[in-house]
Design a protein around this ligand. Structure first.
Ligand code: TPP
Ligand code: MG
Length: 607
């Protein structure tokens, strides 16, 4: 057997750079790296050797580098991913939140944190956590619950099995998620005689599992028997590339479609059968259809509580639940009749199985009534005497957007408002990280989206709170010349949580700066801050000013930040649904008992 002598780190990176997707691109587009002890010598040297063919990028924070990687994979519909490497200890633990984010959203990313010495010679090294009861433990064990595959590399030859397993997990449609290969520092540097064949370029094809025939028959029978079915389109529609199949299926049988946060843009907003967003942040049109539906047909959805209104949304007394999902775990949820398969394949086969069947056409007028109610909120020009609302900001961004625009966000007021109000003209035009809804995803995420689709017009919507939590990849984007627009809505605090607090009977407390334990009310100059990191930044004071600033974005190289002060109180009152947020049974505050009583009544709708 022909062999080649390389260090374990060299072998890992050489192997990873030879793994391809079905389009012949490297499956891993490159590696985000912050070096320290635990990866600079071994992994650092290995990446340097490949730098002309396989890029290494230097970010500012391990978590936000990973956000960029994850956003990249999401926008690529999981057809490509990125790796992220860190030093040991704090660098490694900084990636845990991002690993959780990738796990919840079922998105591929490869984490390669450095780990302590396998040989233990210098123990304890700088940043090594010691456990007096377990010598095999390091902080990297924290990756276990937030990884789909975890391995600790304590001998070079373990890579021969660990690396194919890592790739298998990331490219498996059902098991897809974060993989962690925790790489002991001394092992990275150790040489080994590797079989040359290990580095032969290898194509990873995404499997499209076909359904079990019995499951297909049973689901077809349920659809035939249903009078008022509704389809819930989830993120799996995008990952499977099933948007055209979904449109064909819905049209053929006259079944209305509603969309989750991850599923939004599966059908264009103005498609006659797209009744809009569903659930807690849903449209009245979509939710009315779900309330009266006798069959809920989930396609590629995890049935998160925002989608199901904490299971209080589907009110029909004989309501049945079907779940088309590539992961059996999701297909069997909540007593659903499972159709465990790839979404596209399942919809195509179901369409054939249903033949000439036709459902009752969906009720007319729901959608027109929804837009008649909410369009005035986004269309309002704003006036000089009051601060703009988030709805008006969305209207301005919408008017400035076009077919190439991707609007993105993760946490705060905007996800709910965008879910309700944004009009996505095509699949992939809406990128919302709402599995983890992780503050701090936005700016790094926008950078990752632009890296995935350099031709697209990326607009990042971010609140002042999320911006403050994590913004430093702005400097990376400026240095790398990655262009996207950022709209910062500054309402001086955590507006959405303040409203949630009020809605659950709480006092306004510790969310807006106005109610925080501080001496001086902040006047944070976000434009100056962004500018200091190399972005082009402006502050505008009106909706017209926002539109004028957005119109200039094509001319800006690197991140372009537009700051606008907004009113923290208004949200779209139309649509929506109950969300189960537990209200205290006991409180000295007047009125809380009543809120608790209402809460207990609402909980009775959960089914
Ligand atoms: C990492 C993280 N911490 C806390 C939360 C809980 N949380 C959700 S939104 C939010 C406030 C967001 O404030 P901002 O970005 O200013 O948006 P606003 O609602 O004010 O528009 C908080 C604290 C979260 N989602 N993620
Ligand atoms: Mg805010």
């Amino acid at each position: 057997m022909a062999t080649i002598r390389l260090t374990a780190a060299q072998a890992m990176m050489r192997y990873l750079s030879a793994q391809l997707n079905e389009d012949g691109e490297t499956y891993l587009a490159g590696v985000w790296a912050i070096f320290g002890h635990g990866n600079v010598a071994g992994i650092g040297e290995a990446l340097h050797g490949l730098k002309d063919t396989w890029p290494t990028w230097r970010g500012q924070n391990e978590q936000s580098m990973a956000h960029a990687a994850i956003a990249y994979a999401k926008q690529m519909r999981r057809t490509r991913a990125m790796a992220v490497t860190s030093s040991i200890g704090p660098g490694a633990l900084n990636m845990i939140t991002a690993a959780g984010l990738a796990h919840v959203n079922r998105l591929p990313v490869l984490f390669v944190p450095g780990d302590v010495f396998a040989g233990r010679g210098p123990d304890p090294v700088l940043q090594q956590l010691e456990d007096a009861t377990d010598g095999s433990l390091s902080v990297n064990d924290c990756f276990r619950p937030v990884s789909r595959y975890f391995d600790r590399i304590t001998r070079p030859e373990q890579l021969l099995t660990a690396l194919p397993r890592a790739l298998r997990t990331m490219t498996d449609p059902a098991e897809c998620g974060p993989v962690t290969l925790s790489f002991c520092q001394d092992v990275q540097a150790e040489a080994y005689d590797w079989p040359e064949a290990f580095f032969t370029p290898n194509v990873w094809r995404t499997r499209r599992p076909h359904p079990d025939p019995v499951e297909l028959d049973r689901v077809a029978a349920l659809i035939r028997a249903a009078k008022r079915p509704v389809i819930i389109a989830g993120g799996g529609v995008h990952f499977s590339g099933a948007d055209a199949a979904l449109a064909a299926f819905a049209q053929r049988f006259d079944i209305p479609v509603v969309e989750t946060q991850a599923g939004k843009s599966a059908l264009p907003w103005d498609h006659a059968l797209n009744l809009g967003p569903v659930g807690v942040t849903g449209a009245s049109s979509a939710n009315a259809a779900c309330e009266s539906a006798d069959l809920i047909l989930g396609v590629g959805t995890r049935f998160q509580d925002f989608t199901t209104g904490s299971w209080a949304l589907f009110k029909h007394k004989d309501r049945k639940l079907v779940s088309i999902n590539v992961a059996a775990y999701d297909a069997m949820k909540h007593g659903a009749e499972p159709l465990c398969a790839d979404a596209r394949v399942a919809l195509e086969l179901l369409q054939t199985a249903l033949g000439d069947h036709r459902c009752q056409p969906p009720p007319k007028g729901l959608k027109a009534a929804w837009f008649a109610a909410v369009d005035p909120l986004t269309d309002a020009p704003g006036d000089a005497n009051s601060l703009p609302t988030d709805q008006q900001v969305i209207g301005a961004v919408q008017r400035a957007s076009h077919m190439e625009t991707v609007v993105m966000c993760a946490a705060g007021t905007m996800p709910g408002e965008l879910h309700k109000l944004w009009k996505a003209p095509r699949a992939g035009a809406y990128h919302m990280e709402y599995g983890f809804s992780c503050m701090g995803y936005e700016i790094a995420g926008a950078m990752g989206i632009k890296m995935a689709q350099p031709g697209r017009d990326v607009i990042c919507m971010v609140g002042d709170g999320s911006y403050m939590m994590m913004n430093s990849e702005m400097a990376t984007a400026a240095m790398m010349g990655i262009s996207f627009a950022v709209v910062i809505t500054d309402n001086r605090g955590y507006g959405c949580i303040n409203r949630l607090q009020m809605g659950t009977g709480g006092a306004e407390f510790n969310n807006l700066y106005a109610h925080a334990n501080i001496e001086t009310q902040p006047r944070i100059d976000f434009a100056a801050h962004a500018n200091a990191m190399g972005a082009t930044a402006v502050k505008v004071t009106s909706i017209a000013g926002l539109e004028a600033a957005l119109a200039k974005r094509d001319a800006v190289k690197g991140p372009y930040v537009i700051v606008i002060d907004t009113d923290p109180y208004p949200s779209t009152p139309h649509g929506g649904n109950w969300w189960d947020v537990a209200v205290p049974e006991i409180s000295p505050r007047p009125g809380m008992a009543e809120v608790r009583a209402q809460y207990e009544t609402q909980r009775k709708d959960q089914a």
